[in-house]
Design a protein around this ligand. Structure first.
Ligand code: ADP
Ligand code: MG
Length: 550
């Protein structure tokens, strides 16, 4: 990019000695060189993930600088892991992360679509259309698409159709039977947490993922409550209890530590005994404090002194130690307890309540499940023989529950397999002429960009992208009633009704990918637009030959 700038400035000065005209010329070339450069970055980035799109997309193996590796088919994982610094590329990655956050799926689609929108924008700009006209046209097209998707969508007509919407999001990431299993778990968990209050992150806050080695991924299961791979400190305390009061300590129940080089002068047996007595008193004070607050369940991040174990038992308190911070936070949310730095600082209103605590052996490992009074939590126990398999299974479950949970709030669905985008492209082509002026061209450019989705799905399935897109469009047009639900089955290559095959995407995933991609493309165009600002948008003002990019 630095190179382009330098060239443009030199050229500007040489060609046109008049100062202001030279500057104007420079600005224009800089603007276009910047756009070319930004589009190149976007296209390169999209190229990196495009081959993962769809059920027959390829997996990518990501290798870290320390040699550790990760195999994934997940676009956003690829992008977030890659170390990319180009500002436009960062913007695309941000768009894909935001898609992940809002919709939990459709991340690859968003990036691929953004790059295609930019590429088409560049072509229009080269043919003399001002970027602000492209931006206008794209905005009009986006609005029309969102409206059109709303009217194309419908609610699932059966539980099995709902399951198809969730399992489509897993297609190609994991095997079919595991996909069905995870789909069932995700829908069950989503139903439970949909009754809770909370924002978009509820399915992350209320559903814990616990990886347990061994077994196969299809042994993964869902259990109610927060499950932690730990048992109580003292096996002679009760292994379950229905309801009670819980204190959470970000610290321990331990003896005050002696400084390493502190010297205790032992002149007589009495000194040592006195010291021991004081530490015992200190521990007993802490236990009595817990007892006075009605605590029967103590959870600490650090350790519990051996001497305190019997004191706790006598006080009827069951204790757990060495909890991870995340688990402490989850229990805190479920029970309404505050996490306090030391038992001495604990006040009555820091103590929360739980509904149930029980210990079971799940997947061959002892676990404790805790259910809070402030709402339910679920834990999905992810099984698998290797850490990579478990990670991929967890990511697949993340997608499934993300989609399943959002479907409890808006269950409308659309045909997958490129059908929705093909429908939109067809619709925009009839809609474009109704618009004024050059925006029409931008709307058509937008329509063509949408077809990158069926095109990539076909390409990744080893089919001819051009023929498939044409045939798909023709099949849709041949049936005015339900044609728009015809998409490409990437497994067989047939063009068929996607609702009949259960290849279905949630409306919120498709709409968000369209608005996210449009916004990202427009913000890249705007960067360049600043440099174009001086020009009249209606004057075509440069010729193809002026390009500097190669
Ligand atoms: P993203 O990260 O965008 O979700 P995916 O790799 O998950 O990317 O691919 C999603 C796309 O794959 C959607 O457009 C969906 O409709 C499509 N798809 C899923 N299953 C099939 C199938 N069996 N045939 C064709 N397309 C499918
Ligand atoms: Mg997906």
């Amino acid at each position: 990019m630095e190179d382009f700038k330098a060239k443009a400035i030199v050229r500007g000065n040489m060609v046109q000695p008049e100062h202001d005209i030279a500057l104007q010329d420079t600005d224009r070339l800089q603007g276009r060189a910047a756009l070319v450069n930004n589009v190149k970055a976007a296209v390169a980035l999209a190229g990196a993930v495009r081959s993962t799109l769809g059920p027959r997309g390829l997996d990518k193996m990501l290798v870290d600088s320390d040699g550790s590796s990760l195999v994934t088919n997940d676009g956003v994982t690829v992008l977030e892991t890659a170390q990319i610094e180009h500002p436009t590329a960062r913007l695309l990655i941000a768009a894909s992360s935001s898609q992940d956050k809002v919709a939990r799926d459709g991340t690859t689609t968003t990036v691929v679509l953004t790059a295609e929108l930019l590429q088409n924008a560049l072509e229009m700009v080269r043919s003399g259309i001002h970027p602000s006209v492209v931006i206008n046209g794209y905005n009009i097209a986006q609005k029309e698409c969102l409206r059109e998707l709303d009217s194309l969508s419908r609610d699932p007509s059966s539980k099995s159709e709902l399951e198809s919407v969730v399992s489509t999001s897993l297609a190609g990431k994991i095997g079919d039977s595991l996909g069905e299993h995870l789909t069932a778990l995700a829908i069950r968990a989503a139903e439970v947490i949909s009754k809770e209050d909370g924002g978009d992150d509820l399915e992350r806050l209320r559903v814990k993922r616990l990886q347990v080695s061994g077994g196969s991924s299809s042994d993964s299961e869902l259990v109610s409550g927060l499950v932690i791979a730990k048992t109580r400190l003292d096996q002679s305390t009760p292994n379950s209890r229905k309801g009670g009061r819980v204190a959470i300590i970000d610290g321990g129940l331990e003896n005050p530590k002696l400084e390493i080089d502190a010297e205790i002068e032992v002149r007589s047996a009495g000194v040592l005994q006195g010291f021991h007595k004081r530490t015992m008193e200190n521990l007993q004070e802490q236990v009595s404090h817990l007892l006075s607050l009605g605590v029967d369940l103590l959870i600490v991040r650090d350790g519990v002194a051996d001497e305190a174990i019997s004191m706790l038992r006598e006080a009827g308190i069951t204790a757990y130690r060495r909890f991870e911070r995340n688990d402490l936070e989850m229990i805190s949310r479920l029970t309404g307890s505050n996490i306090v730095r030391g038992i001495g600082r604990l006040r009555g209103d820091d103590v929360g309540t739980y509904e149930n605590r029980s210990e079971n052996v799940t997947a061959g490992v002892s676990h404790t499940a805790i259910e809070g009074s402030k709402g339910g939590a679920m834990t999905v126990i992810i099984r698998g023989s290797s850490p990579q398999i478990r990670e991929e299974c967890e990511r697949a479950f993340d997608d499934a529950i993300g989609v399943a949970f959002r479907l409890t709030r808006d269950s409308r669905m659309l045909p997958g397999g490129g059908a929705s985008q093909t429908h939109l492209a067809r619709h925009l082509r009839t809609f474009a002429p109704a618009n004024k002026g050059r925006e029409q061209i931008a709307i058509e450019g937008y329509a063509a960009a949408l077809e990158v989705i069926p095109r990539s799905l076909a390409e990744n399935a080893g089919l001819s992208p051009i023929d498939e897109v044409l045939e798909l469009s023709a099949s849709q047009a041949s049936d005015p009633d339900n044609g728009s639900w015809i998409g490409l089955n990437a497994w067989t290559g047939e063009k068929a009704r996607m609702d009949k095959l259960g290849i279905l995407d949630p409306l919120f995933v498709v709409s968000n990918s369209i608005s996210g991609a449009t916004e990202a493309a427009i913000s890249v165009l705007r960067i360049n637009d600043v440099l174009w600002a001086k020009q009249d948008p209606l004057t075509p003002d440069w010729k193809e030959g002026e390009d500097q990019e190669d």
